[in-house]
Ligand binder design. Structure first.
Ligand code: CU
Length: 267
């Protein structure tokens, strides 16, 4: 109810309901705190008004109650963090979906747009190397790697309804953040590292993505599009966009393609 009142966006992922429940709870809790502290503030303004207290007290509070309350708060917060938050996070990050239906995407941020890298029908990303980045090879894909031959790029994030999606998030320049509000998920894109996010879309539709880190003068324009298609329509889109054998760069057939070079690190 309070989520709706403050304009939360439409929900379109499986785990998102849990996030919304937590947000609802936290918002109510914060509302109670805000009203409680507001009342306490007004009480203090009245209780310590000048006309009733012409002389300041230089001793202040002399009981230790507030110390004990502070220590209690620290203990409760430590239990919440170490006992609940960390184990829950460890559980979620230890359990990546697997199987042929999983949609895998690499999302590469740069000032001020995203490029989506799809692994093609083989389901494996080709190696990338920042040294190979050029005007014709925006992500520095190593086309000597056999796995890269069917890879393709998209300016839009396209995923499938009802199928787990794993996104490898990284950046070419500064720190960005791929934020998908209807999926209730976001992940920092940090140059030199690859971070994973996974979720299952539950609704067909098109929404905007947001860059969730202030990344430069064009940050506000760093909008993207996420489209969730029905599974069969996604498969069709995926095949239409995958390079046909004839479009694969000359000289790179299965036999004479070079083995992945050791220097070609993942971006
Ligand atoms: Cu950005």
């Amino acid at each position: 109810m309070i989520n709706k009142a403050i304009g939360i966006s439409e929900l379109a992922s499986e785990h998102g309901a849990l996030i919304d429940n937590m947000l609802e709870l936290v918002h109510w809790f914060m509302a109670v705190l805000a009203i409680g502290w507001g009342i306490f503030f007004l009480y203090c303004v009245w209780r310590f008004r000048r006309s009733k207290n012409p002389k300041a007290s230089y001793y202040g509070v002399r009981s230790h109650a507030s110390h004990h309350i502070e220590i209690g708060v620290i203990i409760v917060e430590a239990i919440l963090l170490l006992g609940f938050a960390y184990p829950l996070w460890a559980h979620r990050t230890a359990q990546y979906p697997t199987g042929p239906d999983v949609v895998k995407v690499r999302a590469v941020g740069q000032q001020f747009f995203w490029t989506m890298h799809y692994p093609g029908p083989d389901g494996k990303f080709g190696l990338t190397d920042p040294a190979l980045i050029s005007e014709s090879n925006a992500l520095g894909i190593n086309y000597d790697d056999p796995y890269s031959k069917d890879d393709f790029l998209s300016g839009e994030l396209v995923i499938a309804k009802g199928r787990d999606c794993i996104i490898e998030v990284t950046s070419k320049d500064v720190i960005h953040n791929l934020h998908l509000p209807p999926m209730r998920i976001q992940q920092d894109a940090i140059p030199g590292t690859v971070a994973h996010m996974w979720f299952k879309p539950t609704k067909v539709g098109t929404w905007e993505t947001i860059c969730g880190q202030l990344c430069g003068a064009g940050h506000a324009q760093m909008k993207g599009i996420v489209t969730v298609k029905e599974s069969s329509e996604f498969d069709q889109w995926f095949l239409e966009n995958s390079p046909k054998p004839a479009e694969i760069p000359a000289g790179l057939t299965g036999d004479d393609a070079a083995a992945p070079s050791k220097e070609a690190a993942s971006l």
